[in-house]
Design a protein. Sequence first.
Length: 101
Amino acid sequence: MSQWLYRVVPTRPEMPAAPTADEQVLASAHLDYLIDLRDRGILILAGRTQEPVGTFGIAIFEAPDAETARAITEADPAVAGGLFTATVHPYAVAVARGDLV
């Protein structure tokens, strides 16, 4: 199984500090989606930077091929809903604590 990384960037830079009600719904669905991927053994880790300006998030996950990796990324409700733009990249964890991989 190959590893992949998707990077998400808010389409509205102010969103992380002051989300609208609709953005909060999409952000919550995004978190639920990541938790589901984790529970299904697909997600390795996910998180976001903590800068007030220019923040972005990443998810590192497993998928058999690029097509599946893109489908996983595009199925994220926050990506599909336009809250985030996303890019997908082949990835390989080189070093990690034992409890991470």
